[in-house]
Design a protein around this ligand. Structure first.
Ligand code: MTE
Ligand code: MO
Length: 494
């Protein structure tokens, strides 16, 4: 027996895509190399920590969650060296093709009757599989099931990987999306919350890696030339030398491809962001706009510790304003609006304050829950009346990142959001956090909350809002400071 052509092709594409997924997934993990049991992510209480740097809740020095990011080498991470934005792009691009490849494979499996070889039909497969493992441990080859290409242990392993592990990996992946968490909180709860899903997603990678290891060892035990002939040419009787040559060439091409894309991604980061964006942005934009946040978490869900990302504005004028409890603060709202305005904190409060207990999702991977109070952006929109050309709102902040963070980046923080998203019921200009005025580190006196999005969209220390028709002439034109400087995607629903 051997393998039909569709198995050969989908098997090769699977190796190709899984390697992309594993490396880019590790890049994402490197941005927050810690795993937690609960969505509070209490610093110092991770169940797995893959980094030497430890920050604790009672640390006397101020720290920002971006400092928890690690630089992993390109040998394990795609592209490596602290490129979370690009790693995510590679991951979300690859996963679409991986799912497509999986569906094509399953289509053939069921259409061709091949499923007989993959779906166990009797409980006796378990003792048989254990006996097969025993046979291997005695350095002998386990026999195939009668009339089938696989032995019982093999069949069980393939069944587990194809019908349990792969779908679970897709579901735990989806459960981490902030848009999904905001719209279908129950779905993410099935996996023990975002951190449960994140932990399971990582354990899924470990399970895949173990499978690949054993699978490869089996190929070696059964004889590389024979197995390659079957895997590449479709038959155990095919020319061994030819099978081996084509197989090794395939592996070499695959590795060469990885070397090239890693180099390209590091060398041409903006081009990589744009090229992969063609595949990723439409998908991300669609779920960001379709899902509205419906979170009503309880007071008991509020996290005891809420991380900070981004240091407060360091200048004296901000400190002075903070000392006077922001009495002199004004929020300017202008651009393509019929009634430009400037509002004090009292004016803002007078527009009506709404409360919501919601989960914050930082792009790095941490979560925390707080009760936010603030003015619905919809109310503000009604008041200033954007003109028909206005499509986006730019939120300008008071922190110059060149002064607060450095790392070769510069400029005042800002983010652009589509007006549609800002009109959603849980999009607010927050003034309060957990029943008190916003603390300085969390964005005093005004910060944005758009609950279906990743944290980086929720600008803190907001000083002005501008309605625009197009954002390509703002900053570097990518739709926000993190998009400009860290190559994140401009839609942030995943
Ligand atoms: N002005 C400004 N807003 C910002 C940031 C920043 O650096 N500057 N960081 C963003 C990121 S990446 C996150 S995760 C959240 C963190 O909010 P928190 O500090 O209140 O937890 O703020 C967002 N808003
Ligand atoms: Mo973030």
């Amino acid at each position: 027996m051997g393998f039909p052509l569709w198995v050969i092709v989908t098997h090769f594409l699977n190796i190709f895509l899984m390697l992309l997924l594993a490396r880019s997934g590790l890049e994402v993990l490197s941005a927050f190399p810690k795993l937690y049991r609960t969505d509070d992510c209490p610093p110092g209480h991770e169940w797995l920590r893959l980094t030497g740097t430890v920050f604790t809740a009672d640390s006397r020095r101020r720290w920002s969650s971006l400092q928890e990011e690690d630089a992993w080498p390109s040998l394990v991470a795609l592209p490596g060296h602290k490129n979370l934005g690009l790693g995510r792009h590679w991951h979300f691009m690859s996963v679409q093709f991986w799912i497509l490849n999986g569906l094509v494979y399953l289509g053939f499996v069921f259409a061709s009757g091949y499923w007989h070889y993959l779906l166990p039909t009797s409980w006796s497969i378990f003792p048989e599989a254990i006996r097969d493992v025993g046979t291997y441990l005695h350095f002998r080859l386990a026999p195939e099931l009668p009339g089938q290409p696989f032995n019982a242990a093999q069949k069980l392993a393939y069944f587990f990987v194809i019908f349990i592990l792969a779908p679970t990996q897709i579901l735990t992946g989806a459960a981490m999306s902030p848009a999904v968490i905001a719209r279908f909180p129950w779905f993410t709860r099935l996996f023990g919350g975002k951190q449960g899903a994140r932990s399971l997603h990582f354990l899924g990678l470990v399970a895949f890696a173990l499978f690949v290891l054993v699978h490869t060892v089996m190929v070696i035990i059964h004889g590389v030339p024979t197995e390659f002939a079957a895997m590449v040419l479709g038959s155990y009787g095919a020319n061994h030398t030819l099978g081996l040559a084509i197989g090794l060439l395939g592996i070499a091409l695959l590795l060469a491809f990885h070397v090239v894309i890693t180099w390209f991604s590091l060398r041409y980061r903006r081009a990589t962001q744009h090229l992969l964006g063609f595949c990723v942005n439409p998908f991300e934009r669609a779920i960001s706009r379709a899902f509205r946040s419906r979170q009503h978490l309880g007071e008991q869900d509020v996290s005891p510790y809420f991380r900070v990302n981004g240091f407060p504005p360091p200048d004296e004028s901000y400190a002075e304003m903070a000392r006077h409890r922001f009495a002199g603060y004004r929020l300017a709202v202008a651009g393509l609006v019929e009634r430009p305005t400037s509002l004090s904190l009292a004016d803002l409060r007078a527009l009506g304050v709404q409360e919501q207990v919601t989960k914050h999702n930082c792009i790095q991977g941490w979560t925390a829950v707080a009760r936010w109070g603030g003015v619905p952006v919809a109310t503000l929109i009604e008041r200033v009346r954007p003109t028909p050309e206005a499509r986006w709102a730019v939120f300008y902040a008071m922190d110059d990142k060149g002064l607060t963070e450095g790392e070769g980046r510069y400029g005042y923080f800002y983010e652009v959001l589509p007006i549609e998203l800002l009109a959603h019921p849980q999009s607010i200009l927050a003034l309060d956090m957990n029943g008190a005025p916003l603390p300085v580190e969390h964005g005093a006196p005004v910060r944005l909350r758009v609950e279906t999005q990743l944290g980086f969209k929720m600008v803190k220390w907001v000083t002005a809002i501008e309605f625009v028709a197009d954002f390509h002439d703002i900053g570097m034109g990518q739709g926000g400071w993190r998009e400009d400087q860290q190559f994140y995607a401009a839609s942030a629903g995943i």
